[in-house]
Design a protein around this ligand. Structure first.
Ligand SMILES: [Zn+2]
Length: 112
């Protein structure tokens, strides 16, 4: 169990680092952005880059949130159980997705 906790904390750190890296990559983060006289196609490219980075950051923030709640569950000894049907989540699944909140069956049902 503490092994999963270590993994989750590591994943959390990795995601937070990645968010920082992405923020720096965002063309809109460039302080000269607003004042540069870039051609229209450059502006379009920057907009696309910005939107992509923003979407990636959102995904990662969501993941960090899921990792946080998994860590809370470890502290309350509720980790590894499906939030919907309360059955234990398969160990193989937790190895793959340590922050999983649902068993495979429920996940499939929720995604439909
Ligand atoms: Zn379930």
């Amino acid at each position: 169990m503490s092994e999963q906790k270590k993994r989750l904390e590591e994943e959390r750190r990795k995601n937070l680092n990645q968010i920082e890296v992405l923020k720096k990559d965002d063309p809109f983060a460039d302080p000269d952005h607003a004042s540069d006289n870039a051609a229209v196609d450059t502006d379009v490219r920057e907009q696309v880059g910005h939107d992509t980075i923003e979407a990636e950051i959102k995904d990662m923030q969501k993941r960090v949130g899921e990792i946080d709640s998994a860590l809370k569950k470890i502290n309350k000894n509720q980790y590894g159980y499906c939030e919907r049907c309360k059955k234990p989540i398969l160990e193989a699944r937790l190895k793959l997705i340590p922050e999983a909140s649902f068993c495979i069956d429920c996940e499939k049902r929720l995604r439909k």
